[in-house]
Structure formats: structure tokens, C-alpha cells
Design a protein around this ligand. Sequence first.
Ligand code: ATP
Ligand code: MG
Length: 563
Amino acid sequence: MSDNVKSGVDFIRERINKDNETGKYNKQVVTRFPPEPNGYLHIGHAKSICINFGIAREYNGRCHLRFDDTNPEKEEIEYIESIKKDVRWLGFDWGKHLYYASDYFQQIHDFAVNLIKAGKAYVCHLTPEQMREYRGTLTEPGKNSPYRNRSVEENLSLFEQMKNGELDEGACVLRAKIDMASPNITMRDPAIYRIKKAEHHRTGSTWCIYPMYDFTHCISDALEGITHSLCTLEFEINRPLYDWVLEQIGYPHRPQQIEFARLNLNYTVMSKRKLLRLVTEKYVHGWDDPRMPTLSGLRRRGYTPESIRTFAERIGISKVNSTIDYAFLEYCLREDLNMRAPRVMAVLKPLKVVIDNYPDDTVEWMPAINNPEDESAGEREIPFSNVLYIEQEDFSLNPPPKYHRLSPGKEIRLKHAYYITCTSVVQDESTGKITEVHCTYDPASKGGWTDDKRTVRGTSHWVSAAHAKKAEIRLYDSLFTNENPDDDSEGKTFIDYLNPNSLEALSGCLVEPGLEKAKPGDFFQFLRQGYFCMDPDSTSENLVFNRTVTLKDTWAKLQKKNG
Ligand code: ATP
Ligand code: MG
């Protein structure tokens, strides 16, 4: 966690507070979240969303959602819709401030023409290879392009030809005329317009030239009256260009760019290009596969927006890149679900139990508390009868020492019900597999305790055979086996680190009957098995649940280990 969070205020809020004191922006705070619609949002974007929308809310300002759609080839409507849905799901609202960089194409074009007229931009015919060669290196200055001193008239006419589609794609670009000897390579006459003869999802075939990111972003910010343009650290080097453009175009409003460290999580990839590969090459079942770090994947897995917001807040804002432990994200989730998830019983791998001394025509409805952490959650009643199912792993024919679960002659508690003692088992003659466990119950132990207070160490969850509903339960492990799947040393790629056991789908699971009424997205704690959430694949014949997270707190364990 960053130091400035401990002291109460981070460097972004510090800066805003200062600007509010001096009245630089009339005490207004306007931020923006500017995704490129070329993929689904992921947990890293959530950090940026929480910072941008969170700060705007805190200062009674506003946050714009702006699609940075300057690349006509890559953007798709599907991504735009998913991004809007995910931002809303996280709990944020842009109100009427939904914008597209493409809305500004005309204005951006006119600013470029003004730059040319002011002798600050020129059309350059160097090939991409030559361009690279002329650019110089970190230690050597670049060389001026032979096209740098074209006359304003010639530049205007060439730019017009670019715009009218008279020149081929790649034939030339419009470059800002800044300084080929600048120690900052970004300032060495960057390209600001290129020819792309492609249909744009919003502007159609109106344009065949498109502005580059560095030219578009600052102008969009200025036009929208953004006060604080918050972005990730890799844009620090672009800030002088950001400021240069706004200075040259003479626009009165000047946003302040501030950079913060991006979120990195172990066992995860966050590049959209890599996530897209996982989807298109079918390593996962789509952008919303519950193993994906996308917001749609996390949502389907059962993550709550509250837990993601808490996570984003706790990791804080820093100027130094670092990698956060995935276990910390899970810790924030568990903390939230522990307070809110109704407790229910589900048997993942069922073993039949017959209570021989319980009448076979009787059903008792046992009161069961819904959430010990939340009294207001109340109680429900669950059916008990003479044929039940317990977890296979809760029974052992030849128990190891200190085994407290059910075994021949041993007594255990059935949660919310009775004490039972195992009297015999039925085994499959050919395989030896146990098919039934026979027990007797103690009628004096109703509710799971007795007056004589005798010790019963084990407690099992169970369901009544006649009442339980069939379910498919999907268990997940991390998608990658390597803590840093981006590690491409040793000639490996992230694909090589995919975990072949990241999904285990169990069919024939049994859940208590009340779960029939659950809706996709509803979350529960299955006693002793973890937190689960109903999947949209669920039907009334086949309930489907995803395990969101286990009950084991690996984060606390890590903290202990690290002292
Ligand atoms: P990629 O490089 O994979 O294409 P991107 O970062 O360019 O992803 P954008 O759609 O441009 O994706 O991101 C929108 C906003 O989200 C940007 O302001 C970006 O800085 C921020 N962002 C993206 N990834 C992270 C991250 N891991 N942590 C914090 N902010 C992020
Ligand atoms: Mg980007």
C-alpha cells in the first residue's frame, strides 16, 4: 500500500486540493475515463474507473465516459455496450456525459490546419523505416526530415489531398514540428495524422485521415473542460507533448495531466491483446468466462462491485509500479460475502445415508439460520427425512487417526438436524465402492445438540434425498500456473502457462430445495465449501453454480508468513 494513502491524502487529491485553493479551475473537478473500445474492461480498468469516478464524486464534480475511438479498424459496438454495462455495474454513472473522440474529428482537423498555418506542422513522406532512422535514439538526437521545411501552402495542399483520399495509405503523415534533438523522443516531430481508408463505426466513410492518440486525447480533454486528466505512468513521457499541443492550438482551457501506477495482479494477464487471444483461440469460453480478469468474467464468477471498489480503494494510488497479490482481491471479496451471503447446504460429491430408525413417511422442517453475521437475514426451514446425502469425503471406512467425520461406530452432528451414528455400510460387490451408509439418529439431539452436552467433534452438511435439487457446480483454479504469465524469458509465452486444471465441472451435485428460486447472479455460502453464485447457464432442470472463492483465507496466511 502506498505511503500517501496511510497519511490520508494521495498526490492526486493533494493536487486537486491545491488547485481548489488557488481557484485554478473555479473549484471544479471534471475527470474522464477514456477506454479504447477494442476489448472488454478488466480489473485494471476498474482501478482507473474507481479513481476517476470516485474522485469526481468526492469533489462534487463529474466524470465523463469517453470512448477513445480514433482507430477505425479495431473498434466494435459490442465493446462499447459491454464497457457501459461494466461501468454501471461497478456503481458509477456518467449522466449525460457520454462522449466519443470521433465526435471531435472536425475540430481536431481544424486545429491541425491551424498548426500548419502557424508553421508548426508538416506533411512528411519518409517511409516508416526512414522515420525510425531519423528519429534517433535515447542517447542520440534525431535528424530533421527533408520534408520539414515545406512551405505552409504546400503543406496545406498536401493535407487537403490526404483528407480527400487522393493519397495512398502510408504515403505520408502529418507531423508536429517540435524538436528533433529533444531528449524526450516523444517530442521529436511526432505524427499527428495518418491516412486510413477504413470505415469508422460512427463516422462511416466521412474521413480517410485519422488523428493519432497524442493529438486527440489532449484536445478531447480540453474541449470537454476536463480539469484533471488522470492516466497511468507510461504516459508521463507524453505529458510535454500533451501540453505542447494545447499551448500551440491556443485553446483557453488547459487540463492538468496526472499519472498514477497501473494495477498489476499476479497469476493474471491484463493486456487486451492477450485477453483477446484467450477468447478467439478458445482457451476460455468467452470474455465473461469466470476465469477471466475481465469485469464481466469477475461478475459471472460472483465478484460483487462492492468488493472490487473496496479493493481499488485499499490498494491506493501510487507513483511506483508494483504487483498486487491475487489473494488480496479474494480477501476483499470474502470479507464482503461473509457479511452478506446467505448460508445454505449443498453436497458436491454425494454419498447416500439411510437413517434406519427414522420413520420413512416423515419429513421434519428444521429451522436453519441464514447468516450468523447478519441477524436480519432471518431463518429458513430445511427438510429432513430418512434418506439423505452427505459429502463423500465426510465418510471413511478406515479412518486415519484424529478423523472426526463419519466412520463405522462414530457419531457426528448433521448441521441444523440430529446426531447420527454409523452402524453399517453397503458396498458394491465388484468395485468395493461404498454405495450407502446406514446410521441411527438420536431423537434427543434435535437441532444439533443434546442436554447431556456430550462431545461430538464432526459436523456435516447434508441434503434430503427426496427434496434436494440437482445441480452442476463449477470449481475454478487460477487460469495460469505462473505467478507472472507475462514472463516471456525462456522462449515461453503466457499460453504456455495456462493451467490445464483451471475448471472442474461437477455434475450430479445436490443442493437444498430453496435454491430452486435463486436467480443468476445470486450469491451464497455453501457451508464448508466456499462462496458460490448462480450462473446464467442455470435452468430449472439443471441449476448451475460457480464457486466464486473458497473459504480459506490465503491472504491472511500470506500476511502471517511474511510477519
Ligand atoms: P491495452 O494496453 O491492453 O490496450 P489500455 O491501457 O490501452 O490497454 P484503454 O482502453 O486505453 O486500455 O484504457 C482506458 C483507461 O484505463 C486508460 O486511462 C488506462 O490508463 C487505464 N488502465 C488500463 N489498464 C490499467 C491498469 N492495469 N491499471 C490502471 N489503469 C489502467
Ligand atoms: Mg490505450
